[in-house]
Design a protein around this ligand. Structure first.
Ligand code: HEC
Ligand code: HEC
Length: 450
């Protein structure tokens, strides 16, 4: 018996050894994950003068301020402060680890139901509906919550949208916050510098599979303002032109606070109007200039004067990764650097913006398409996401669908489907797939160094 057991053990041991000795493959490349260490984001631009720093501080305070109904919150909203959504790794960033949209649902006595797509460890989300119930296009933001039930909104009765029903008819589109570090540099890039990215050499066009396609100037195109025709550049679809416009819009859309740029309540239900409009305005009787500014002006100045994120020191692997990034064509869209124009703010004038984006729209294929049109951006078009600060980002892609860099890269590729052309990135991703695991790892290490 003992002897038989012994034989069996030997057989098992031999089999196990056989399994444990595959031909020596390099380990599979893996996203090293959110970078620890110094934060390196959230401070003022180097080179600001004293008064500019004072406005940066006043703007930061306003950006972090938590609003009540008396201060303008609601009737419908997604959160009660800018800084709550733009939080990680520091104020101005993107979605934090713990989603503040769970606790806010019942804050101050509110009786909101937390929709299934909002979870404690998931990303902060803004929701758009693809179509209206009658089937016509919608595309607008529908707020998660209402002020009904809150102690500071007596008598207000409102119901939340039917998110369950909308989810059942596959009508929901999500957006996560884009970070605003370095946003002043992005704002100061001349239109001509952006359009120059349209003229990348023919070999680049060929790599992106757009050479010779009818009706395409490609690769990529600019989004423009329907009012003055200038290039718009902020947001996942490059839909807004300036930080001030984005700030005024976000104040009204995300928080429900009317202001001089967006003076009308998005929900005018009687019984839920607690203030005269606009709720935030220039304070004509203020004793100092910083106090006189309306909140959107303060937000805009804070974001404009916010320094770009500081990358980690270069390592041999991250240096090789940058070469891979360029060689396989990631840099055709994620253009490493652009230079700002002549700015009336010296700290923003003629400066390199190392944002890793061309600020152009690209057709990204059926896997990423969201069916939403914004400006000239169609349902499958997105702004090349700037990659500065990527090392510290928790959630990735416009809807935060992944936290894994390899998945984020893979999603760039798709063949034509549902009348949509293939993604412009498909050929580049094919090259990524043929890389050896060590080169892939260098690329991932480089991305997490940003
Ligand atoms: C509920 C969460 C939430 C709140 C609150 C919020 N934002 Fe955002 N922010 C977002 C989302 C989501 C986007 C991306 C929107 C898009 O492009 O569709 C965004 C994008 C931005 C951008 C664009 C940056 C870029 O380069 O793309 C700016 C600027 C901005 N927000 C400023 C603000 C300001 C100022 C406030 C406060 C008034 C604010 N946000 C409040 C979620 C939020
Ligand atoms: C055709 C242009 C194009 C090419 C080529 C391209 N990208 Fe992108 N990239 C985009 C666009 C557009 C987005 C935003 C897509 C979305 O959110 O739906 C994006 C998003 C990303 C993101 C997520 C960033 C965020 O903020 O969530 C990462 C990471 C990324 N790209 C890395 C790469 C790498 C690495 C390569 C090369 C292997 C590459 N990209 C090639 C256009 C491109």
């Amino acid at each position: 018996m003992l002897r038989r057991m012994g034989t069996l053990s030997i057989v098992v041991a031999v089999l196990a050894a056989g399994c444990a000795a595959p031909p020596a493959l390099p380990p599979r490349a893996k996203d090293p994950g959110v970078r620890g260490g110094p934060i390196g984001a959230g401070g003022p631009l180097p080179g600001l003068i004293g008064t500019e720093r004072a406005f940066f501080q006043a703007g930061l305070t306003a950006f972090l301020e938590v609003e009540t109904v008396k201060e303008g919150l609601g009737p419908r909203f997604n959160l009660d402060s800018c800084g709550g959504c733009h939080a990680h790794p520091n104020t101005g960033g993107s979605s934090p680890n713990v989603n503040p949209q769970v606790a806010i649902a019942s804050k101050a006595g509110a009786r909101n139901i937390v929709p299934a797509f909002i979870t404690l460890n998931g990303p902060v989300r803004e929701v758009r509906f693809k179509s209206k119930t009658d089937g016509t296009p919608d595309g607008g933001v529908h707020n998660l919550y209402t002020i009904a039930g809150r102690g500071d909104a007596p008598g207000c009765a409102l119901v939340q949208p039917d998110f369950k029903g909308e989810a059942a008819r596959d009508n929901l589109i999500f957006r996560i916050p884009t970070p605003v570090f370095g946003a002043g540099l992005i704002e100061a890039i001349p239109d001509q510098t952006i359009t120059a990215n349209l003229r990348v050499e023919p070999s680049g066009r060929a790599v992106m599979g757009v050479a010779g396609r009818a009706n395409r100037r490609g690769p990529g195109r600019v989004n423009t303002s329907s009012n003055d025709g200038s290039i718009t550049r902020f947001g996942w679809k490059a839909q807004d032109q300036s930080l001030l416009i984005f700030a005024g819009e976000a104040y009204n859309v995300e928080m429900g606070v009317t202001n001089e740029l967006f003076p009308t309540e998005r929900d005018e239900t009687p019984g839920c109007q607690f203030n005269a409009t606009p709720e935030s305005r220039t304070k004509l009787d203020a004793s100092s200039v910083t106090d006189a500014l309306s909140d959107p002006m303060k937000f805009a100045l804070f974001m404009r004067f916010l320094a770009p994120p500081q990358p980690a020191p270069e390592t041999p692997s991250s240096a090789r990764g940058l070469s891979v990034f360029t060689e396989i064509g990631c840099a055709l869209c994620h253009v490493p650097s652009m230079t700002t124009g002549r700015s009336s703010t010296a700290a923003l004038s003629g400066k390199p913006a190392r944002l890793f984006s061309d600020l152009l729209l690209h057709r990204m294929g059926a896997r990423l398409a969201d069916g939403i049109t914004q400006g000239v951006a169609e349902g499958d078009e997105f702004r090349t996401a700037p990659l500065w600060g990527l090392g510290q980002r928790i959630f990735l892609m416009h809807d935060g669908r992944t936290t894994d860099l390899v998945e984020a890269i893979e999603m760039h590729a798709s063949v034509g489907k549902d009348r949509l052309p293939p993604s412009e990135a498909t050929a580049v991703i094919a090259r990524f797939r043929t890389l050896g695991e060590d080169k892939k790892q260098d690329l991932l290490n480089f991305l997490r160094s940003l």
